[in-house]
Design a protein around this ligand. Structure first.
Ligand code: GAL
Length: 397
């Protein structure tokens, strides 16, 4: 080979390598254009665990509409663990035909016809947490199957993963979902074990930051489950990692499941909205009380969560049992939650200087739960907050 043809060969090889690098890069970053604001929907796990079937899921889809939840933003209907029982001889994942006799495609069609989106659950290991078949080794086949069924959202768990690496395992499913060519929100659920906020921005649309939420104010389970305030404390400091398309997920809502008071549920919901958390209702929405429905559908509070700018709020002040959380909104105003974790009523104050405003700036305060304008204030706003309660306001210069 002479020098010229050698050079030509060299150039051709560089070209091929460059194209290969480019197309690998295409799969490397998650850019599915989804979840530009925190996803909202309903998930079966918190209330029904393995007790899922197609009739129940259809009823939940119907109830999302009759309760006004769909119109308030709840869009994804997600079946968590236990819908799957086996693999067939070709390796295809097999849904439980007793519980889902019409199959997943028919269920997805039903949900889509209602203007909703359909979600499923799987696991990065060999088995799901309830010992159903996981996706390890079947990622591309499963993603193809989900796309064919019309899946719009995948929650992907972390049981039976032995020595697997989180980032590598979740990246395989990300690539498989991209290859499926259907836009599918990718929800990572490895319980914060490998600090996914440090790496998952390019892999998923949301990632769990903690163990499982429990339907209690401050309980702690030996296996890692925990109540509202413990989960809340673990979100402090993660705000820099969230933004449009990639969210910290402090786990699904327990609002309406019966383990907390209405006041406590209002606090749980308010703080999730300040955190720009995904809002996945986890209760039986067919028979909700008026108070619970009012919490889940308060449009002004939801608007804080769904703000276009996508900034996660943070704790700006704390003294003993009382604290102030604030979230900057796209129009420059602030949403503020005054939270009383103590046993007695307490007066809580937010100072303008704690939320990045000059002390002498006049601003309008609106109470989002009372739906009342409280007038113009300068420098600070104080309110009496009941035990385990919250006062949530917007402060707008
Ligand atoms: C857990 C997960 C829960 C639920 C459950 C199902 O690992 O954190 O949200 O999905 O598995 O088995």
């Amino acid at each position: 080979m002479n020098r010229t043809s050698c050079l030509r060969w060299f150039r051709a090889c560089c070209c091929v390598a460059f194209i290969a690098w480019l197309s690998a890069g295409e799969l490397r970053a998650l850019d599915n254009g989804l979840a530009k604001i925190p996803p909202m929907g309903w998930n079966s796990w918190n209330k029904f665990a393995c007790n899922v079937n197609e009739d129940l899921i259809k009823k939940m889809a119907d109830a999302l509409i009759s309760t006004g939840m769909r119109d308030a933003g709840y869009k994804y209907v997600v079946i968590d663990d236990c819908w799957q029982v086996d693999r067939d001889i070709q390796g295809n994942i097999v849904p439980d035909s007793k519980r889902f006799p019409s199959g997943m495609k028919a269920l997805a069609d039903y949900i889509h016809a209602k203007g909703l989106k359909f979600g499923l659950y799987s696991d990065a290991g060999t088995l799901t947490c309830q010992k159903r078949p996981g996706s390890r080794g079947y990622e591309f086949q499963d993603a193809r199957q989900y796309a064919a069924w019309g899946v719009d959202y995948l929650k992907y768990d972390w049981c039976s993963t032995s020595t697997q690496n989180q980032q590598a395992s979740y990246s395989i499913m990300r690539d498989a979902l991209v290859k499926s060519e259907r836009p599918i929100v990718f929800s990572l659920c490895e319980w914060g074990s490998s600090k996914p906020w440090l790496w998952a921005r390019d892999v998923g649309n949301l990632w769990r930051t903690t163990g499982d939420i429990q339907d209690c104010w401050d309980c702690k389970r030996e296996w890692g489950g925990m109540g509202f305030v413990h989960i809340l404390d673990l979100q402090d400091g993660l705000e820099a990692y969230a933004g449009p398309g990639h969210w910290n997920d402090p786990d699904m809502l327990e609002v309406g499941n019966g383990g907390m008071t209405t006041t406590e549920y209002r606090s749980h919901f308010s703080l999730w909205c300040i955190l720009a958390a995904p809002l996945m209702a986890g209760n039986d929405i067919r028979g909700m009380s008026r108070e619970i429905a009012e919490i889940l559908t308060n449009k002004e509070v939801i608007a804080v969560d769904q703000d276009q700018q996508g900034l996660q709020g943070r704790r700006v002040w704390r003294e003993r049992d009382v604290e102030v959380w604030a979230k900057q909104l796209a129009d420059g105003s602030r949403a503020v939650a005054l939270l009383n974790r103590g046993a007695d009523e307490s007066e809580i104050t937010v100072k303008w200087t704690d939320i990045g405003y000059p002390e002498n700036l006049p601003a309008f305060v609106r109470d989002l739960w009372a739906r009342k304008n409280l007038g113009k204030r300068t420098g600070l706003f104080s309110a009496k907050v009941v035990s385990h309660g919250v006062v949530m306001v917007t402060i707008k210069p």
